[in-house]
Design a protein around this ligand. Sequence first.
Ligand code: SF4
Length: 290
Amino acid sequence: MKLTNKYNLPQPILDFFESKNRRHTDAYASVTGLIHGARETILTDRHFDDIVKDVSDMLPSLMGTAVHDVLEQYSSSEIITEKELLITVLGHNITGKADVIDIGSRTLSDYKNKKVAAMYYDDRIDVTKQLNAYRYMYPGRIDRLEVCYLLKDWSEGMKLKKSDYPEAPMLRFNIPLHDYNDVMLWFTERVQALIDCENLSDDDLPLCSDHERWHRPDKYAVIKRGRKRASAVLNSKAEAEAYIVDRKLDDQYKITHRPGEDVKCKRFCDCRHFCSHYRQLIDNANVEKL
Ligand code: SF4
């Protein structure tokens, strides 16, 4: 990966990212690589040396590492931190790294540095797969999984204003345990999906799923003229029209189409510049602007 430093940030920041800038050469994939779409995992691997990232965009990685490094100092005979895990699936090595394993309570925890809004939107589907995969890679010793959110923008003031605001800036939530057979099947399917893609050209790789693209579907907002806030936001134009009819709203109300988007593709996928789907999104956006 080629790192740039557009804002001339201090050398230690650049040095930190340079030190992290390496592939997992020994492994076929990581658990997180299996959770991503096969297209993303393969494009990232094929084009790793040509992906360009600016260090200013990598703050979440710096903050995440800082938290892990500080907490790692408090490991003990009962608390294992940054536990490296390895499993072989269909003859390929798959790696993982568990944040914290508490031997006494047989609990595996994962820290997530997130904003409050991101915690609300987190359906925990990916972290559930990730932690159950780690439990499978460390068999017979984990009875409980949890995610611990560290909410970097949490505010006491917002807690006083909003009844559904998180109670505290650090919170833990249980993650459901999956049956070992289901996890084994998941590993096999995901590794097989990567194997099946090995000889495909970049553009022929299967498109990442809606979930993998963080797809937000189209919405239709019913808004009273002169107001910014929508009276209702619905999933189809027909539902929005029915909303207006049912409530006998007058012609002061209009329907505004809010186009959906692939949030990850547009801003957060490292390999997007090598992905035909991203190029198509950009072409479409340019056509809309004309
Ligand atoms: S840009 Fe989107 S579709 Fe392409 S690899 Fe990334 S997440 Fe998948």
